[in-house]
Design a protein around this ligand. Structure first.
Ligand code: NOJ
Length: 553
């Protein structure tokens, strides 16, 4: 195995430039501002930043509607600022991943403008057209309730165009070799400017057959191999992290049997069942999801996460499971979105309960894969549900108790800073949590350190250890003659569990990595451990000489 695969044991932090730090007082975050905050991110111990789209865009889907792939939105600075930023990140050992949104463009993109204006335009075939309204035009909407159709008549073209997402996001005809070549060109451009890879948006749609006659569109997985081969040729340590919310059976197609397609994928199955586990204190569906997503090539990696910039999508749960999660974490219809998800931030979903927040984070950090954190969650930021759709969980970062939470000097910011209630910036901000050794921010920092020092989780193999309690999850990871054991009690009451590690002599001793509550097996060879309500433990199996016992292969 190649030791250099940095993404196998890393912590990724995602943020939007727009809402992170405004440096010039126009109320919009920008690259110079983000650059000034790099030391904050460096101090937190993160390995890579994932940036939401920042290219030129009319901004109707928060940048996921790009009108020029080769320039940045002037509100965020210049290409020069961008390169300064990637350089400054590199100096701190932080890698930069950026969103690549090539399933569709903005309808304002010159390619689409040309395509619609002239049937002989060289760009006509870059999009997907139909002379008549396809029969399935009112099916397959990604944003039900908001989006009305997947085919819209363009008056100028006199034809219908296909759009998997909103109607201002016409789909690119990704089967067209010219479009494919352009996608590689876009990747090459940003690689040249210092990025280390991409979070690829909407991958199943990028590679799907598109057209009015497609009854059962197939995925063209070979495209993924080409993307990867190109990337690896241009920059050896660059990666693609795929957004592909597909059933577990299809995952391997995205990684490729030989690990020759996507390096990483978000694990949506584990994400949804993890929230179900938090709501129900029943770990069984989570264990099943772990099992279903266990198989992957050695070089591939899961991205594990709690919340992201979209709604918490619960579409893969059963109806009863989804209802239970809604009841617990998003009971009000206004908290729900697209008939499948919850549009809140993590802290309000968990009632701001510190024990539950720690449990959720500890659990997520101990899932097989590489954790992806969302900006603001490290301080327990809240949401603003008066904002439309997903914007409620996209408010500016809260740095201090100064005006606009220290985000901007402007009176008006791109989205309002949360200023009222328990999640207002006066109460929830980085500066005050920095001063408090027991704050959530400092807890998160310690957890990140602990997670990074447990490469067993990123690289190793895991087994669920039987506890006899469906409300308790015990997982053991093994890698290079080292093991860690992670326990989580999802119940609001304590559990005393008995564990037989079946590892012989070495398994009789557990060293608590976080707080010194070690465990020695009793005469029956089992560990008897009391877990408090929502309690969790991270143990090293054996002694602290594990580093000396670690093998090279
Ligand atoms: C997935 C992104 O995460 C979401 O924010 C966006 O609206 C759609 N793709 C369309 O690009």
């Amino acid at each position: 195995m190649i030791n250099d695969l940095w993404y196998k044991n890393a912590v990724i932090y995602c943020l939007s430039v727009e809402t992170f730090q405004d440096s010039n007082g126009d109320g919009v975050g920008d690259f110079p501002g983000l650059m000034r905050r790099l030391d904050y991110l460096h101090g937190m111990g993160i390995d890579a930043i994932w940036l939401m789209p920042f290219q030129a865009s009319p901004g109707k889907d928060d940048g996921y509607d790009i009108s020029n792939y080769y320039d940045i939105d002037p509100r965020f600075g210049t290409l020069g600022d961008f390169v300064e930023f990637t350089h400054a990140a590199k100096q701190r050992g932080i890698r930069v991943l950026i969103d690549i949104v090539v399933n569709h463009t903005s309808d304002q993109h010159p390619w689409f403008q040309s395509a619609r204006s002239d049937p002989n335009s060289p760009y006509r075939d870059w999009y997907v057209w139909s002379k008549t309204k396809p029969k399935d035009a009112d099916q397959g909407m990604v944003f039900p309730g908001v989006q009305e159709s997947t085919w819209t008549l363009d008056e100028k073209a006199g034809e219908y165009y296909f759009h998997r997402f909103y109607k201002f996001q016409p789909d690119l005809n990704t089967a067209n070799p010219e479009v494919q070549a352009e996608i590689l060109k876009i990747m090459g451009f940003w690689i040249q400017l210092g990025v280390n890879g991409f979070r690829m948006d909407a991958v199943p749609f990028v590679i799907a057959d598109k057209g009015a006659d497609e009854q059962k569109p197939q995925q063209q997985y070979d495209l993924l191999r080409w993307f990867r081969a190109f990337l690896q040729w241009r920059k050896g340590d660059a990666v693609i992290l795929a957004e592909a919310n597909v059933p577990p059976k299809q995952n391997l197609q995205y990684f490729g049997d030989d690990g020759d397609r996507m390096h990483m994928m978000f694990n949506f199955q584990v994400n949804q069942t993890l929230f179900y586990a938090l709501a129900s204190a029943d770990t069984k569906p989570l264990i099943k999801a772990l099992d279903e997503t266990r198989a992957r090539p050695d070089t591939a990696q899961w991205g594990t996460f709690l919340r992201n910039h979209d709604e918490l999508d619960l579409g893969r749960l059963t109806e009863a499971q989804r209802k239970l999660v809604f009841d617990h974490f998003g009971p009000d219809p206004d908290m729900q979105l697209y008939e499948r998800g919850i549009r809140r931030r993590l802290a309000p979903m968990l009632g701001g309960d510190r024990r539950r927040l720690e449990l959720a984070y500890s659990l997520m950090l101990s899932m097989p894969g590489t954790p992806v954190l969302r900006y603001g969650d490290e301080i327990g930021m809240g949401d603003d549900l008066s904002l439309p759709e997903r914007n409620g969980a996209r408010t500016p970062m809260q740095w201090s108790d100064e005006p606009q939470g220290g985000f901007s000097r402007s009176d008006k910011t791109v989205l309002p800073v949360i200023s009222e209630g328990p999640y207002g910036f006066a109460h929830v901000n980085v500066a005050s949590q920095r001063r408090d050794p027991n704050s959530f921010l400092n807890w998160t920092e310690r957890m990140i350190r602990m997670r990074r020092e447990a490469p067993e989780i990123g690289w190793g193999a895991y087994a669920v250890v039987e506890t006899g309690e469906k409300g308790v999850l015990a997982m053991r990871y093994d890698w290079r003659n080292n093991s860690v054991l992670l326990l989580h009690n999802l119940c609001d009451y304590p559990h005393k569990i008995a564990l037989d590690l079946k590892m012989g002599e070495i398994g009789l001793r557990l060293i608590d990595i976080a707080d010194g509550g070690h465990s020695q097996a009793e005469d029956d060879g089992r560990h008897h451990i009391l877990l408090e309500p929502y309690g969790y433990r991270w143990y090293r199996v054996g002694g602290l000489d594990y580093i000396l016992r670690r093998t090279e292969i």
